[in-house]
Structure formats: C-alpha cells, structure tokens
Design a protein around this ligand. Structure first.
Ligand code: TRP
Length: 459
C-alpha cells in the first residue's frame, strides 16, 4: 500500500455538482450576497468612486482570486468537509495534523456569521410583503424611517423573519448537494441576475443614471485614503466568501475534471458584475429624488423605499428589489452553514436532517443575540460594541482574514508544488503566477492588515 497519505477516494457522484455550471452558480450564489448589494455600492461612492473601484478590482484580481482558487483547491483535493480535508492534505504533505484547526476555524466562522446574516436577511424578506402592500406610496419620508426603526425595535418581528430565513435555508441545505444546493442555485441565480438587470433598466429609464455613474466611477483619488484601501481589501475577501470554509466545502463537491482556475475567474467576474450592477440599480433612483447616498441599512430600508414610494411602478420594482436582495442573501446563507453540515455528517456520523436540526438550533439561539442588539439588548455592549457589532467585527475583521492567511500559507508553503500545480492546471499555466502571489503578496498584505488593526502600524 502506498496510498495511506493520499487524499480519500473522493465523494460519491450524488455528492458532487452534476456540471461545472452548477458549481459556478452555487459558488456565485455564495459570493453574491448582502455584501454586494448594500455594502459595496455605498463604500465605493464614499471612498472616491472610480478610484476605489480600481483598488477593489486590483484586490479581487491579485489577492481575492488566487485565494479563492486556493480555498477551492483544498476542498477539491481533500474531497471532504473543511476539517477532514485539511487533515488529509496536511498528512499528504507530511505536515502537522494541527492544520485541521484551519478547517475548524472555517466551520466556526460560517456558523457565527450566519447567526447575524439570517437576521439581516430577515429584514429583506420582511420588506417584500411590506413593499408589495403599497404602503410606501402613502407614507411621508419621515414615516418610512420610523417604520424601519419600529421594525428593528420589535424583537418578536425580527425573530419571526430570521427564523423564516433559517428554516428556508435548512429546508434547501437539508436536501443535499444535488437536490438542494444545486437545484436552488439553478433556479435562483438566473432569477437574481434577471431581476438585477431589470432594475438597472428601470433605474436607467427613470433615474439619474449619469449622476450615479459619476458617483460610482469617477475616480477621485483625493478621497481615497489608506483606510479606504483596507476597506476595499477586506471587502474583496468577504464578497468572494473567502476564509470561512464555504468555498472549501463547495470545492469538495467539484469533480476532478473541472478547471479550478477558469471557474474561479468566472465566479469572481459574476460577483464583481453583481456589485457594480447593484450600484447602478440603486443610486440612479436615490439621486433622482434628491436623496442622500448614505450607507448601511438606512440606504436599503429607508432611502430606497422613499424613492420607490414616489416613482411610477415603484411598488412593483420595489418588490422585485427586495425579492432580489432576499435571493442573494439566501444563496449566501446556504454556503455559510454547509461547512458545518458537512462536518457534522462526515465527521460525527449524523444524518443530514439531524445535522441541520442541531446546527440550525445553535444558529437560531445565537441569532437572538443579534436580534436583541437592536432593541432590548442595545445596551449590552463590549468595548462600545453591541453583540451584533462584536460578532461582525470578530468574524469579518479577524476570523476571515486569519482563515485566509492560513489557507495561503498552507497551499503555497506546506503543500507540495506538484500537488497544487496538478489541481490548478499544471506548472505551465496560471499556476506560475498564482504561487508567488500566494507565497509573498497575500500573506504580507494580510499581516499588514492585522498590524494596523492592533495599532502597531498606522496607515
Ligand atoms: N459573500 C457574501 C456576501 O457578499 C457573504 C458570505 C457568504 C461569506 N458566505 C461566506 C463571507 C463565507 C465569508 C465566508 O454577502
């Protein structure tokens, strides 16, 4: 026997994507989420428009994309959940079994992230029937703001909608890779892009398209600060769903015949396109009504409803918008729990149903902390941050970059070059570029982010 240290024999076909396209849609579903639709347009506008977009594109191409390939590569070669895949590859490379903790970190990060993601996704879901009811056409702008505040202040309402998001997520994920994740992505992703294009068309015909384009794309380098660059970088990782084990577990369902390099490039392009299109769907109508492009939840849940309330067919297109936002959030939510489900079923021998009930129950309990951050628990703070803000900071600010750093070090320094080359299409391809980026640029940049976060260096 010479294969004791080889990766496992691989997954059964039922546990694999049936086509390359199915993987692309599912992974794009993971990538395109709340981050693309409410975060990206706003941070781009506030940080120098085109100048920020350029930096962001460079971050995607030079750091995000190689990392995405590395994460998919680990999953595809390991053929198991993130913990086992890391263990198997560490063994193959003759490295310490402690590397499997990177998989554990990923499972935990996804779990924590999902606990607040379901709450925010719940807002989007709640705004579908609310917008459809036409109520925004009758309310004054101030009342629309109060409406959102009232929504946040009622824990029962938040729990109800968050629970619904979680149940929908588990209902899909529980069905498994082919009949759950893949079927849902096949249906929802084309729908998402269709709605996004319809909304851009609507914004172009009835809003201030040129002004929005200027806001998002006119490069104003004087507005581009060091913290803006860090923001672009952190967002590039978050938006591609890197560092949390999601792409690792999706990669583990990828047949060996599929090119990781080509599919990853496509996923990054789809994700970037979604972010840019989202901005061009939102800002034209914000500017057409003389509203402020201020960011965060207020932009989506207050400013946009005000605009939709005043526009022809605003009720229809507003409803479409919140359906699109919910779809984007849902397909990302699948990817946040799948690492935990794969781990519980493969490592702990649970049935998928039991894993979903257990994982879902834990996430539900934890989500209460986020729910209460907006009402009865707004005062429960740690270093001035609510429970929600603390979780967000911990996961996006620390755990995801740490996961990404470990994956970079592992694939570029620990794994044998012939093995990474084998997964990435051979030594003569893009692998030649991938290796130095992963070896030097990615780790250095992530360490710089950490040093600046703890205040060792000031950028
Ligand atoms: N990329 C998603 C967004 O833009 C969020 C997300 C989904 C994610 N799965 C992830 C982030 C895994 C990090 C890791 O909203």
């Amino acid at each position: 026997m010479n294969n004791t240290s080889k990766p496992s024999t691989g997954r059964m076909p039922a546990q694999q994507w049936s086509t390359r396209f199915a993987f692309i849609l599912a992974a794009a579903g993971a990538a395109v989420g709340l981050g693309n639709i409410w975060k990206f347009p706003y941070i781009a506008g506030e940080n120098g428009g085109g100048a920020f977009v350029l930096v962001y594109l460079a971050c995607i191409a030079l750091l995000g994309l190689p990392l995405l390939m590395a994460e998919v590569l680990i999953g595809r070669r390991g053929q198991q959940n993130p913990v086992n895949s890391m263990a198997v590859l560490a063994q193959e490379a003759g490295a310490s079994p402690l590397w499997k903790n990177v998989g554990r970190l990923g499972v935990l990060t996804g779990f924590l992230l999902l606990s607040f993601y379901v709450v925010v996704a719940g807002w989007a879901l709640a705004y579908i029937p609310l917008t459809a009811s036409g109520v925004f056409t009758q309310l004054q702008p101030a009342e629309i703001g109060q409406r959102f505040d009232a929504h946040l202040h009622n824990p029962w309402v938040l729990i109800g909608w968050g629970t619904l998001v979680l149940v929908l997520t588990l209902g899909i994920v529980g069905r498994g890779v082919r009949s759950g994740l893949e079927k849902a992505a096949n249906l929802l992703m084309p729908l998402l892009f269709l709605f996004l294009l319809i909304l851009v068309g609507y914004a172009a015909s009835s809003g201030h398209f040129a002004k929005a384009a200027a806001f998002m794309f006119n490069p104003d380098f004087s507005k581009l600060t060091a913290s803006g660059i860090l923001l672009a970088l952190g967002h590039a990782f978050f938006t591609l769903s890197i560092g949390g084990g999601a792409m690792m577990v999706y990669g583990s369902y990828l047949p060996k015949s599929v090119s990781i390099v080509r599919t990853s490039i496509l996923i990054a392009i789809l994700d970037t396109a979604a972010a840019l299109l989202a901005g061009m769907a939102i800002f034209p109508i914000v500017f057409a009504h003389g509203l402020e492009p201020a960011g965060g939840p207020g932009l989506i849940f207050v400013t946009l409803p005000i605009a939709f309330g005043q526009m022809p067919f605003g009720t229809l297109f507003g409803t479409l918008f919140f359906i699109m936002l919910s779809v984007a959030a849902l397909t990302s939510a699948f990817s946040l729990i799948e690492p935990a489900i794969a781990w519980l079923t493969e490592k702990r021998g649970m049935s998928r149903l039991k894993a979903c009930l257990l994982g879902g129950g834990g996430i539900w309990l934890l989500s209460l902390g986020t729910v209460f951050s907006f009402n009865i628990g707004a005062e429960w703070t740690l270093a001035g941050k609510t429970f929600f803000a603390t979780l967000d900071y911990l996961t996006s600010g620390w755990m995801l970059p740490l996961g990404a750093l470990c994956m970079a070090l592992f694939t570029a320094w620990v794994m044998k070059p012939e093995h990474t080359a084998e997964e990435l299409g051979g030594r003569r391809g893009l692998w030649q570029l991938w290796l130095p980026l992963m070896r030097y640029l990615v780790p250095v940049v992530i360490v710089v982010i950490f040093l600046q976060a703890v205040g060792v260096i000031a950028l």
